[in-house]
Write a protein that binds this ligand. Structure first.
Ligand SMILES: Nc1nc2c(c(=O)[nH]1)N[C@H]1C(S)=C(S)[C@@H](COP(=O)(O)O)O[C@H]1N2
Ligand SMILES: [Mo]
Length: 363
């Protein structure tokens, strides 16, 4: 019995992506700060092996004084720590129909890190932003092929977003130097925005006078109705609530089994637009909803909150559903909306639980 509705078989290409880019095991929602190794990963090309001693960050473009900074020089600057929840814009893609051919995320492309680094604005101030500046471009050391052109991973940010207090050039995660997979030696961190914005393995920051039209801006990470639609760019994370699936899983289907009686369901919820205002829980497949209790256990406006719900689990097969709403009025839809890249699908999380199934138990 499959616990996930099968909308389409995944291909070996997609399996190859899924095996490299793992998600957060949902039971790890128990941790306020995701332990390193349990945070999701999304790596488009290969993880570069970087020699920290010879590495430099270049700051150039429309600046009065171009900079070349070593890791030691960056670490010597005033440090800022921000706990931030990060989610891939493709999270939820695999349940859209018809299938979208890319990294097949279900719901688990998320994690919360305690990131530490230098404030981007301080570094840009030292370089002296030119009067014509409109955007800031971030280039990674990793290279790959997109649409038959070899290139590095590059994303830009409007200048006003780049100058926000909480935007970091991060060299630490959870008190450790960045691990290779999360961008060693330095990554951009843009709290509140989908993960593609937070460029890893940073090599260069370039102040631009006009919008950057590279592949990752003009062709990817846009909500497009069809191939001819230029679409709108993805920016901040839409609200989402996820639960730690209650009970124990069957190995193969991961369908849940739980004894009847009281059960505290726990989970987390976030939004990049505004604080989470409400988490709804349904134990009847979405027919009726009750409110979960929210607890803000991470001291950061940019991190997820925890929630709990007390369920009197009656024998039978139940479909649980979880739905977040934020203070800006955004609410998770019951069904996802298809788009070309399969982005921004924050349809509600559903979990099937078999209660009091009469299974025998090995001691
Ligand atoms: N240089 C570079 N930066 C990158 C990526 C990448 O492939 N190369 N992937 C982006 C995407 S799509 C996401 S969702 C996040 C994932 O960050 P994480 O792997 O640290 O969770 O990094 C972003 N930054
Ligand atoms: Mo992503």
């Amino acid at each position: 019995m499959a616990s996930i509705d099968t909308v389409g078989a995944i291909t070996l290409d997609q399996l190859q992506l899924a095996a490299r880019n793992h998600g957060l095991p949902l039971e790890a929602l128990a941790y306020p700060i995701t332990p390193i190794g349990l945070h999701y990963l999304l790596i488009h090309y290969d993880i570069p092996a970087v020699d920290a001693a010879s590495w430099r960050l270049t700051v150039d473009g429309d600046v009065r004084q171009p900079l070349s900074l070593s890791l030691e020089e960056l670490r010597a600057r005033p440090a800022v720590e921000v706990a931030a929840t990060m989610e891939c814009a493709g999270n939820g893609r695999a349940t859209l129909a018809p299938p979208v051919d890319s990294q097949p995320w279900l719901n688990e492309a998320v994690g919360t890190g305690a990131w530490r680094g230098a404030r981007l604005r301080d570094v840009l101030d030292d370089a002296g932003i030119g009067d014509g500046a409109a955007e800031v471009l971030f280039s990674g050391l990793d290279r790959g092929v997109e649409d038959e052109v070899e290139q590095s991973y590059q994303r830009s940010l409007p200048l006003d977003e780049a100058l926000r207090d909480e935007v970091l050039l991060a060299y630490e995660l959870n008190g450790m130097p960045l691990p290779p997979q999360h961008g060693f030696p330095l990554r951009l961190l843009v709290p509140g925005w989908y993960g593609m914005t937070s460029v890893k393995w940073l090599e260069r920051i370039t102040v631009l006078d006009a919008p950057f039209e590279g592949v990752q801006m003009a062709k990817r990470y846009r909500l497009q109705r069809d191939e001819d639609d230029p679409g709108t760019p993805l920016t901040r994370m839409l609200p989402r609530a996820l639960a730690i699936p209650p009970g124990v899983p069957e190995f193969h289907s991961r369908e849940r089994f739980l004894a009847a009686g009281p059960c505290v369901i726990r989970g987390r919820a976030w939004s990049g637009w505004a604080p989470v205002s409400e988490v709804g829980v349904s134990v009847d497949g979405g027919a009726t909803w009750e409110e979960a209790r929210i607890e803000r256990d991470v001291d950061s406006a940019w991190a997820w909150c925890a929630w709990t719900y007390e369920w009197q689990a009656e024998p039978g097969r139940h479909e649980l559903a979880f739905r977040a709403r934020d203070e800006a009025g955004n609410e998770q839809p019951l069904e996802g909306e298809w788009n070309v890249g399969g982005y921004g699908n924050n349809a509600v999380h559903r979990v099937i639980v078999n209660v009091g199934s009469g299974l025998s138990r090995h001691p």
